[in-house]
Design a protein around this ligand. Sequence first.
Ligand SMILES: C[S@@+](CC[C@H](N)C(=O)[O-])C[C@H]1O[C@@H](n2cnc3c(N)ncnc32)[C@H](O)[C@@H]1O
Length: 438
Amino acid sequence: MTRLTLKPDSLSFSLHGAATAVAAVGRGTALPQALAQVFAKTDAAPQARGAIQDIAYCCLRHLGCAEALLSAMTPRHVEPPTLHALLCCALALLIDVDDSDNPRYNAFTVVDQAVTAAASDNSMARAKGMANAVLRRFLRERDTLLQQVARDPVAQWNYPAWWIRNAQSAYPNDWQTILRAGNAAPPLTLRVNRRKTTVDDYLALLADAGIAATRIGIGADAIRLTQPIPVHRIPGFDDGMASVQDAAAQLATPLLDLRDGMRVLDACAAPGGKSGHILEAADVDLWALDSDARRLQRITENLQRLQLRATLLAGDASQRDWWDGQPFDRILADVPCTASGIVRRHPDIRWLRRKEDATQLSSISTKILDNLWQMLKPDGKLLFVTCSLWPQESERQAAAFAQRNNATRLPAPGQLLPVSDGQQDHDGLFYALFQRTA
Ligand SMILES: C[S@@+](CC[C@H](N)C(=O)[O-])C[C@H]1O[C@@H](n2cnc3c(N)ncnc32)[C@H](O)[C@@H]1O
């Protein structure tokens, strides 16, 4: 509940909105929903929404360090949760200021505006003196405090301890690079719609619009914008000339080896990123299935924009009640997983997931894969995809599946580790391709 009215274009307003969203993540809400709730309650203009979102993302990327700093500077756990989140948001911006050559905010402005945000809210106003003291102490003792908390791996890496241990055990040589990549802001990667244009012509269109972009070495239709821009500013976006899609995700369609006339199932299809790419590549009879009926609506919107058509079905890929009994030439199984390979886009995931989630999600994907295998034509191909880094959900699952079903494994990239610099910039996805021989 607010006491003072904060100006919607002020940093205090953005900090208050971001803190409300981060506190909701602390209660188990995914960040996109948490932000949508904040935007629904406040009358924030697009620019203020952008600032709220940026601060919330920054906070979740620095949450381990911010919480450790707060514990080091305050004798008791800070309550209520929105005040705790507000101080973490402010500390995250101050840490970011320290890291950046071109900081977005002046450090003293951050402190002043965080205290104003606390003062504006009945639930926090009493603690504004404490908030001021904590943030000013951080400014005075920054180096000592950062050194002190960096002994704790959670503060050093900004992931839960179990996540760091998982990464160390799965990737003894690469775990630090992987964790660092997950903390970087992702690039804006586009997929050019080859039904409407070519990569070269689209790059020329972007250049004419003054938007710098380069071809990416992975994914034939992939280009990366040098600076992310809002989606509505992407030339031809509303007409389906380009879609936002990570470069690694753009490998699914070429791996499916599609030909016109094929009957294709995209079994876990929402929001339809890969469905759209499949339909751009070939004239296939595509069935797009998802168990979440609300998320199917996102496929409808995406395909409408691309002016492409599929048969949309709400159903469980581990069951058969939605199937007409006609086998498929190709099946894409982009199964539900922990999403540990896309944390740079979703910094909340690491804080929302639990260690045991991988086991539970693996058992769902085992059922999905075994069921879908029975729906494939002889010689048909099934592409198994996850956006996970954990072998339990990816390589171990693929190997066990091949053994159980006597499936022939065809060449595919396997585990792609997330990379956050250079030409190959992409998320961490896993691909395994199987063929039915009988
Ligand atoms: C990784 S996402 C798919 C992303 C999508 N292929 C794309 O490229 O845009 C996984 C999807 O699986 C769906 N899902 C989860 N369990 C399922 C099930 N048992 N059957 C079908 N879909 C399921 C989720 O609703 C979610 O939309």
